[in-house]
Write a protein that binds this ligand. Structure first.
Ligand code: TGC
Length: 392
């Protein structure tokens, strides 16, 4: 198994990790190198999601790995973050899969579900036998979920859901969708979560085509047309928008780590090229301008990982706040994109081909920059934390 020796040698991250955390990291690195790397360029080209790898992720314990019970690994936040980093060094689509399944769909059921709902869904989802999705975003704008138009109305003992959702990861493959809808009661309306099995009449998920990013994963439109559900389909513990936001916090936390994996992969490619390619009679890495770029990239990777580690330790103490997560999500994705662009420049013309992972990472990171709160949303969350003034 290859490791990024020169990057690790400059900065001894291992010394800050426990042996157990290191084992999780190495298991995920091995998966990324052996199962993702050999096929990812072809999958990205063909826009193909390799569904058959999902049970392997379950076997490794990566699905809902930060949750306790119900077949989940109950691992610490730093272990989960390290797994996200290594998977995203392979491809953002695979880290996204683990986020949607574990941080969003499974977390929603684990945090807000009844005991029956947890028993029904979580063990199969942890094994990767069942897939879940998390349907919050709507076509009119993902940044403002408070404006959602999807409704749930009472019908006898049950519920009827109507509406549309967009950019929902895995929806066409999912056995169960966690759908967020407004329950309107007179002049009052409150957001509630519902578990919708894929086979429910009126539920249609259609993969979005024409993506130039995240091509090895699946994002869908969902149409909810008179979807009839029993009364026990509602998540009893989820009332109000703070419920889905509680799950978004988990997924945003994973991105803080994950984006640094994509960044590290780009730095590795640039570093390898810097010593193997000669221009003007010497390795390009012997030029001061190239070394300055590599040094700046290394500094941002190391700072990003240290920030992620700090947030992980806070999370393990139950002290992590949404504003702190915004610092991490904003920084990691912004710096990872900048690193991908610099790496592409060092690779010169060959950098635009799929002989290197860099353009794929750069394209994927455009999605990561937008989902789970855009750069601008996180800037405004931080602006509000600093000033006490709401600019939304
Ligand atoms: P507001 O509407 O006033 O607040 C609603 C309630 O939510 C609470 N809240 C949070 N709670 C926990 N964690 C957070 N991060 C929270 N943010 C807000 C808030 O305290 C309030 O609680 P309560 O009890 O008073 O009702 O909203 P706000 O002004 O607090 O927030 C505004 C804003 C813009 C920050 C928020 O709307 C936001 O974060 N927007 C971005 C949403 C976003 O990230 N959307 C993308 C989701 S990605 C996706 O859906 C696809 S999933 C991935 C995939 O499927 O591939």
């Amino acid at each position: 198994m290859t490791t990024p020796p020169r990057i690790d040698a400059v900065f001894d991250l291992d010394a800050l990790l426990t042996e157990g955390e290191r084992e999780w990291q190495l298991a995920a690195r091995r998966f990324a190198q052996e199962r993702i790397a050999p096929v990812i360029e072809e999958d990205f080209e063909r826009a193909h999601f390799r569904r058959e790898l999902v049970p392997e992720l379950g076997e490794l314990g990566f699905l809902g790995m930060h949750l306790d019970g119900y077949g989940c690994a109950g691992a610490g936040a730093v272990s989960y973050g390290l797994v996200c980093l290594e998977l995203e060094a392979g491809d953002s689509g695979w880290r996204t899969f683990v986020s949607v399944q574990g941080s969003l769909a499974m977390s929603a059921i684990h945090k807000y579900g009844s005991e029956e709902q947890k028993q029904q869904w979580l063990p199969g989802m942890a094994k990767g036998e069942l897939i879940g999705c998390f349907a919050l975003t709507e076509p009119q704008g993902g940044s403002d979920p408070a404006a959602m138009t999807t409704t749930a109305r009472r019908d006898g003992d049950g519920w009827v859901l109507d509406g549309v959702k967009r950019w929902i990861g895995l929806a066409s493959l999912a056995d169960v969708a966690v759908v967020w809808a407004k329950v309107v009661d007179g002049s009052e309306s409150v957001v509630r979560g519902f578990l919708v099995p894929q086979s429910t009449p009126g539920f249609t998920a259609t993969p979005i085509e024409g993506k130039l990013s995240m091509r090895a994963s699946v994002q869908c439109d969902i149409d909810l047309d008179g979807v009839r559900l029993p009364s026990d389909a509602m998540l009893p513990g989820a009332k109000g928008l703070s419920a889905p936001f509680g799950c978004l916090n988990e997924a945003r936390y994973g991105i803080v780590w994950g984006a640094m994996g994509a960044a590290r992969s780009c730095l590795e490619a640039a570093l390898e090229r810097s010593t193997s390619r000669e221009v003007f009679g010497k390795p390009i890495g012997a030029n001061q301008l190239i070394q300055a770029k590599l040094a700046d990239m290394l500094v941002e990777v190391e700072k990003g990982i240290l920030l992620a580690l700090h947030l992980g330790r806070l999370k393990e103490r139950g002290a992590l706040t949404p504003a702190q997560i915004s610092v991490g999500k904003l920084n990691s994705v912004r710096e990872a994109l900048a690193i991908a662009h610099e790496a592409r420049a060092i690779l010169a013309g060959d950098g635009i081909t799929n002989a290197f992972p860099v353009m794929r990472h750069a394209a994927n990171l455009e999605s990561v920059r937008t989902y789970e709160g855009t750069d601008e949303i996180h800037q405004l969350v931080l602006g509000r934390a600093l000033t006490g003034l709401n600019a939304f």
